[in-house]
Unconditional design. Structure first.
Length: 274
């Protein structure tokens, strides 16, 4: 009985770990940017991307009820992140409507995952379809946020670095819930590497656009050098893991999570220090 309790406590702690890291980062940045009128979450799209990747598993994955139940329990801990964003948004001087809509869509997606029935397959598909629609609407809300940001901030809020973080978190949840979709798990590292390459190209494109429009950068060149060096480190690591066919266990995923988390934080810290 004691071993079972210890195992449950370990799973809860590991499920909460990425959520706590992201929410702690959001809270620190919120207090460091108190001069801003409205609060824009930096990792909202990453968490939403994680939810949508898990949604694919629920909709298309051939998993038994036991795997489904374990994955639902792990996935629901993301509600803590959205609750934290609601609190931070309420504390901001001005409410930011697109972010509020994104949070609402993500919470509805979580509720649909939580309330999916086990026995009635047709009802289950209907509820999951509604959740998918909510998730897609959340994506449009993030696009609206991105389009309203200054061009330079597009680097910090890059959808590709957010997607990379979301894929890592989705892999984390699948491993933690002992999911057996080996084909999907083997595909995720390749998607991560592709997303990382797209983020590098996206970042170069933003820099070129800033140069063409004669817009001055407020982030130092050393911060950009470290930013692209981190891309190189992540790319080599992912390529090696794929080449050696390494299983992405929680140890490897922890390293990838921390390195990817540093991508936007590195630019943001350089921006705040000026």
């Amino acid at each position: 009985m004691s071993d079972q309790t210890d195992n449950k406590s370990r799973i809860v702690f590991l499920a909460l770990l990425p959520v706590i890291l992201l929410l702690a980062s959001e809270t620190a940045l919120f207090y460091l940017q108190q001069h801003l009128l409205s609060f824009v979450a930096i990792f909202a799209f990453a968490v939403l991307s994680c939810q949508l990747a898990i949604q694919i598993v629920f909709v298309k994955g051939e998993i038994c009820n036991g795997q489904r139940f374990r994955l639902v329990k792990v996935n629901l801990w993301l509600a803590l992140y959205w609750a934290g964003l609601l609190l931070l948004g309420a504390m901001a001087a001005k409410r930011y409507i697109p972010l509020a809509l994104l949070i609402g869509a993500a919470i509805l997606l979580l509720i649909c995952v939580w309330q999916q029935p086990k026995e009635d397959i047709r009802l289950q598909r209907g509820i999951l379809l509604f959740g998918t629609v909510c998730g897609i609407l959340g994506l449009f809300c993030y696009v609206a946020i991105l389009l309203n940001l200054p061009l330079q901030d597009g680097l910090i809020y890059s959808p590709f670095s957010q997607l990379l973080l979301g894929l890592i978190m989705a892999n984390w949840q699948l491993r933690l819930s002992r999911n057996r979709l080996q084909g999907f798990l083997a595909l995720l590292p390749r998607l991560m590497l592709l997303t990382l390459l797209l983020n590098a190209l996206y970042s170069v494109g933003i820099l070129l656009a800033l140069h063409i429009n004669l817009m001055l950068l407020t982030i130092s060149s050393s911060a950009f050098a470290a930013y692209f060096a981190l891309h190189l480190v992540l790319g080599i690591l992912l390529f090696w893991l794929i080449l050696k066919q390494k299983v992405l266990d929680l140890g490897w995923l922890s390293l990838l999570l921390l390195l990817t988390l540093c991508l936007p934080l590195l630019l943001m810290s350089a921006y705040l220090s000026i």
